[in-house]
Design a protein around this ligand. Structure first.
Ligand SMILES: [Zn+2]
Length: 283
């Protein structure tokens, strides 16, 4: 579950929905090109949030969020693989104390090392409808060059324009599949640390006109959603077409770009300690 501080942009049933989504994606293409880094074209990172003692939200009496996020990632994986993607998941099981889950910082490290075409953080909530799409609430920083190292706590700033485009791509495709998307911003961990186009995707029940809402545990609903996301990522790969990496990828940003106006003092934190949950952090 993701807690936000500002109202989401609810696009369902809006005649202007597609136009609105188009506006969200209409960033200056020149600026976007300047900040387009190198990605592994066929790599998608999935981060099924929560796990182990961190159960996340309670979706129903017997269903914790951690189980929904893992099940959805496992549903998405074969669809992406069939489309030619290599899927890197930050967890493939509900781990225990003897094999603990990775910290959010470790998850970010895995994602950043992959130089993925897209990083999808998966959450779930019993409230709201459709699929809630979140991008980082950091300000976009068009000035930084992706080849340089970036401050860990705000690394996503440089990629935010791409992340917004990715959210737009996902939103349009979900809308076409009659799954209402909602767009908003939340710095749910570890999205601010990611050096890839990154969207946190929160699954919610499906509203059905004049009928009971479809629970998000519904197999058919989950499958439709997974298929729509796969279609969106195929489209993202086809038109985003960033170059493949030619150099050894950086494993983790450590120091700011000296000339960046938003650069912070050097923060050599190879494994930053978890900070207290921010208001926009997931539960
Ligand atoms: Zn969550």
């Amino acid at each position: 579950m993701i807690q936000i501080r500002q109202p989401a942009t609810n696009l369902r049933r809006s005649a202007l929905a597609l136009a609105t989504l188009g506006l969200i994606g209409s960033f200056n293409p020149h600026l976007g090109a300047q900040t387009t880094p190198t990605f592994n074209h066929n790599v998608i990172v999935l981060d099924p949030a929560h796990g182990g003692a961190d159960t996340g939200a309670r979706i129903s009496d017997r269903l914790p969020e951690k189980d929904v996020t893992l099940a959805f990632a496992q549903r998405l994986r074969p669809l992406l693989a069939a489309a030619g993607f290599t899927v890197i998941s930050t967890r493939d099981a509900d781990l225990t104390e003897t094999a603990p889950n990775l910290t959010t910082e470790q998850r970010a490290g895995i994602a950043n090392h992959a130089r993925a075409l897209a990083c999808i953080l998966i959450h779930a909530t019993p409230s709201g409808y459709g699929v809630h799409l979140y991008t980082s609430s950091l300000p976009a920083d068009e000035s930084a060059e992706p080849a340089t190292t970036l401050p860990w706590d705000s690394a996503q700033s440089t990629y935010l324009t791409l992340s917004l485009r990715l959210a737009n791509e996902l939103g349009v495709t979900l809308l076409h599949a009659d799954i209402p998307p909602t767009l908003s911003h939340a710095s749910t961990r570890p999205i601010d640390n990611l050096t890839c186009p990154a969207v946190a995707l929160e699954l919610a029940p499906l509203e059905v006109p004049d009928a009971k809402p479809t629970p998000l545990s519904d197999n058919n609903y989950q499958q439709r959603t997974a298929q729509a996301i796969t279609e969106a990522l195929i489209s993202w790969r086809s038109h985003e077409a960033p170059p493949s990496p030619t150099a050894t990828p950086a494993t983790k940003p450590a120091t700011p770009k000296p000339t960046s106006p938003t650069a912070k003092p050097p923060a050599p934190k190879p494994a930053p300690a978890p900070a207290p949950a921010a208001p926009g952090a997931p539960r």
